[in-house]
Structures are given as structure tokens and as C-alpha cells.
Design a protein around this ligand. Structure first.
Ligand code: SF4
Ligand code: SF4
Length: 313
């Protein structure tokens, strides 16, 4: 806050006017006046002598004004070195290329990147990655474990990784993403202390996947391809606008669970946990609001019809 107040004070003195300073700082005149009073209170000295509609500087005000110039310049320099302009991207690679061409000032790009979406025709992880590389943009990875889908693996996939040793399924997914050139950060999206400890154990002295591990990942990719799962990442962006308050990602999750584990428990969850109070998939009025919000471009209305067939027959 002190820095912001200093900026206000500096602008007021520089422009010689509270009105003009307020305009430049995009706040009201009374707010800028209050902030300068707060600065005076914090410092315990008077900085300005207000005289009707004008003002003059006290000795302390003169001193602070000259000092603040250097301070604010230093801050700008630090800010420019540490803050990067970036985008979080959820669309086709061709759109990413268009954006990076039109806005070269973008310095970093966040993309969805994991071994299942790598060649997925809807997400286009690999293509988006290649565009970032082509334009020399550092990459931040989101969804490396695909909303938990690469942690809770189907039995056949789990067995493949278990044959390699005791590393967690998450470790293969995160090391897969982190092992590519130009990936600066992988947002692991973990939700417990234990998961964080697990993350640190293999990222502390990071090693990309070796050939054997990469082969195992390829086999798991094939298993996922054969399962025809709903590629929902549970981001929940679709929920807020749904007039029927349908718990879309939860319904897709039970659908996937049933597909992966043939789990009868999925029916219990569908009927007794996620669809109470008129929120069944069949309550969908097909308004399409959810689809406009879905970064995965899922055909939610059609998928909910499949959910109805599976759970409400
Ligand atoms: S299409 Fe169905 S699920 Fe989507 S917002 Fe409308 S009512 Fe909700
Ligand atoms: S917005 Fe799309 S990906 Fe996100 S939870 Fe909804 S259906 Fe799933």
C-alpha cells in the first residue's frame, strides 16, 4: 500500500493538481486525497500544506518527492524484470498461432499438456506446444494429470507402471510434461500434503522419463485411447451458468468411473450424491450455456444424453 500511496503523492506533486493526478491514477480525487493523508499518518509528518484549491510542499514533502522519484523508477525496473505478460490458452493450435502473431508482446503461454491429450484432436497439446516453441515462448503446463484421471488409473494401466517400480502414477504424468524442452513450470494441481511430498520427491532432482518409462507411458496412452472417456478436466467453468444446476463434471466423472472400473458404485453416486433435487442429466433443457463456457469444447448436451442412457435407463 505504501508504494501505491507514494505513487499518488508523486503524481500529485508532479502534476501540481489533485484533479489531474486522480485522472492519471484512475481513482477519484477524494480517494487520492485520503491516501496521501494516510501516507502522512504512516510517516508521522506533514507532506503537503493545503491552501484552498492549491498546495505547497513541506520540507519533508520536498525530501520525499525527490527520493520517491528514484524509488519508483527502481520499482518499475524490478517489475519489468519479474512480471511477464502471459495467456492461459484453451483452443486449437491454429488460434494460438494467430494470437502469438498478432500479439508478440505475449511472453509466456499456459497450455493443457499431458500424455493423454498429447495427440488428442480436441485439445491438441502437442500442436500447441510446437507453436509455443516456434514462437520462442516459455510454457506453463496446466492439467498434467488431467483432472486426476492420470492418478486414478484403470487397473490395466496401473499394472504397467507398477511393473516399473514403486513410483506413483502422478510421477509419470508430471515427469512426462516436465521433460519437454521449453517447459518452465508444471502446475501439478495436487490437493493434499502427501501428494505434495510425492511431487517434491521426483522434482527435487528432476530426471525426464527414460526410454523404458516412456514406453510404459505409450502403452497407457493406448489404453486410454481405447476407453473413449469423456475428456472433462473438472475445471467446473460450465456449472455457474447452468439454469438447472446440473453437476456436469461430477456426472461425467461417474460416467468415466463406470467405463474405467465397471464400478456399480457409480450408480449409487449418480442417484444419491450428484443428482438430488432435480439435477439429473435428463433435467437438461439444452440451453447450451455450459458449452460456451467449456474450455475443452465438449459437446456437453450430447454427452449428458449418453449419461441418461447409462444411468437413467
Ligand atoms: S445445456 Fe443443459 S447442462 Fe448445459 S447449461 Fe443448459 S441446462 Fe445446464
Ligand atoms: S467446463 Fe468442460 S471441462 Fe470443465 S468441468 Fe465443465 S465439462 Fe468439464
Amino acid at each position: 500500500m505504501m508504494l501505491r500511496q507514494l505513487q499518488y503523492f508523486h503524481t500529485v506533486v508532479q502534476t501540481g493538481s489533485f484533479t489531474e493526478a486522480a485522472e492519471q491514477c484512475f481513482i477519484s480525487q477524494s480517494a487520492i486525497s485520503q491516501q496521501i493523508k494516510a501516507l502522512e499518518n504512516d510517516l508521522g509528518v506533514k507532506l503537503l500544506i493545503r491552501e484552498n484549491r492549491s498546495f505547497s510542499l513541506t520540507e519533508a514533502g520536498e525530501y520525499l518527492y525527490h527520493k520517491s522519484e528514484q524509488l519508483l523508477e527502481d520499482f518499475e525496473r524490478i517489475k519489468n524484470k519479474t512480471i511477464k505478460i502471459g495467456i492461459s490458452f484453451h483452443d486449437k493450435a491454429v488460434v494460438l498461432e494467430q494470437i502469438l502473431t498478432e500479439y508478440p508482446q505475449i511472453e509466456v503461454v499456459q497450455i493443457q499438456f499431458n500424455y493423454v491429450d498429447y495427440d488428442d484432436t480436441a485439445v491438441e497439446s502437442r500442436k500447441c506446444y510446437e507453436i509455443c516453441r516456434k514462437y520462442g515462448k516459455p510454457i506453463i503446463v496446466m492439467e498434467p494429470v488431467k483432472g486426476g484421471n492420470l492418478v486414478n488409473l484403470p487397473e490395466s494401466a496401473k499394472n504397467i507402471f507398477e511393473e516399473l517400480g514403486e513410483n506413483s502414477p502422478a510421477s509419470y504424468a508430471i515427469r512426462f510434461a516436465a521433460g519437454f524442452e521449453g517447459i518452465d513450470i508444471v502446475l501439478s494441481g495436487m490437493s493434499s500434503y502427501e501428494q505434495m511430498v510425492d511431487n517434491i520427491s521426483y522434482m527435487k532432482d528432476f530426471q525426464p522419463l527414460n526410454n523404458t518409462e516412456m514406453e510404459a507411458v505409450k502403452k497407457v496412452q493406448e489404453i486410454f485411447k481405447g476407453m473413449n472417456l469423456i475428456p472433462c478436466t473438472a475445471c467446473r467453468y460450465c456449472e455457474a451458468g447452468c439454469p438447472k444446476k446440473i453437476s456436469i463434471p461430477d456426472l461425467f466423472a461417474v460416467m468415466n468411473t463406470k467405463q474405467i472400473y465397471h464400478d456399480w458404485n457409480a450408480d449409487y453416486y449418480y442417484n444419491n450424491v450428484h443428482t438430488t433435487q432435480g439435477r439429473k442429466a435428463s433435467d437438461c433443457i439444452k440451453c447450451g450455456k455450459c458449452e460456451k463456457a467449456c474450455p475443452q469444447h465438449l459437446k456437453i448436451r450430447k454427452l449428458l444424453e449418453d449419461v441418461v442412457k447409462e444411468f437413467e435407463k
